[in-house]
Write a protein that binds this ligand. Structure first.
Ligand code: SF4
Length: 212
């Protein structure tokens, strides 16, 4: 976790976290595409991807500090069996309390992370989406159940292979077109996956369905 001296103790210990939004929806991308899940989107990310579609998440101070207990209580009001913690970059923060409490309530707990910071929390599923600007820490590659590489340009295929060489043998490998480049990159990804069938295609189906 990044150490910032102006952060209150309850946040450092993970009892409260900056919450951007939380909602019950259908997971739109990755291995669990199509599965109903409760999403908790935390504020705070300093990775700085220029094509980021949640730039409003970057500044943690803009998002209300919210207790883990409130988030867990809200998740319980849904019919979700799994909770996806996303951001922002959730591993900016201490995830121990949030994952502990969600698991105590019987949820499967997933994370979507760039892997740029050391891990905290206990996870049933780790979706690692590495970013060139801030590469994952070594432990992220071992923990990944799913490697999801965003394809924005031609070089990203090379980057994807470099990242795939670092994950475990049973990690699912997915290539996902960046939304703004989907028309251009999807045909290239189709060709690539047919020639390299260890990869699968991930599409942001929630955007086609117009759901969050
Ligand atoms: S790591 Fe994720 S949240 Fe952070 S800038 Fe990149 S795409 Fe946006």
């Amino acid at each position: 976790m990044k150490v910032q001296t102006d952060i209150k103790d309850s946040i450092l210990k993970g009892f409260e976290l900056p919450l951007m939004e939380e909602f019950y929806t259908i997971q739109g991308e990755g291995v669990f595409t199509g599965v109903a899940a409760y999403f908790i989107r935390l504020g705070g990310c300093d990775v700085g991807c220029h094509w980021c579609d949640v730039k409003e998440s970057w500044e943690a101070a803009k998002h209300p500090v919210t207790s883990v207990e409130d988030m867990v209580a809200n998740a319980k009001k849904s019919k979700a069996k799994s909770v996806v913690i996303t951001g922002g970059e959730p591993l900016t923060w201490n995830m121990d309390q949030l994952t502990k409490r969600l698991k105590e309530e019987g949820f499967k707990v997933h994370i979507e992370t760039s892997g740029a910071y050391p891990f905290s929390g206990t996870w049933d599923w780790v979706c690692l989406s590495p970013k060139k600007l801030k590469l994952p820490v070594e432990e992220a590659y071992q923990k990944a159940h799913e490697l999801k590489v965003i394809i924005f340009n031609h070089h990203d295929f090379k980057f994807a292979e470099e990242q795939a060489a670092k994950v475990s043998a049973d990690c699912a490998l997915l290539l996902q077109p960046e939304w703004g480049k989907a028309d251009e990159m999807t045909p290239l990804i189709v060709d690539y996956v047919m020639n390299n069938p260890q990869w699968k295609i991930s599409l942001q189906t929630h955007k086609y369905m117009n759901i969050p």
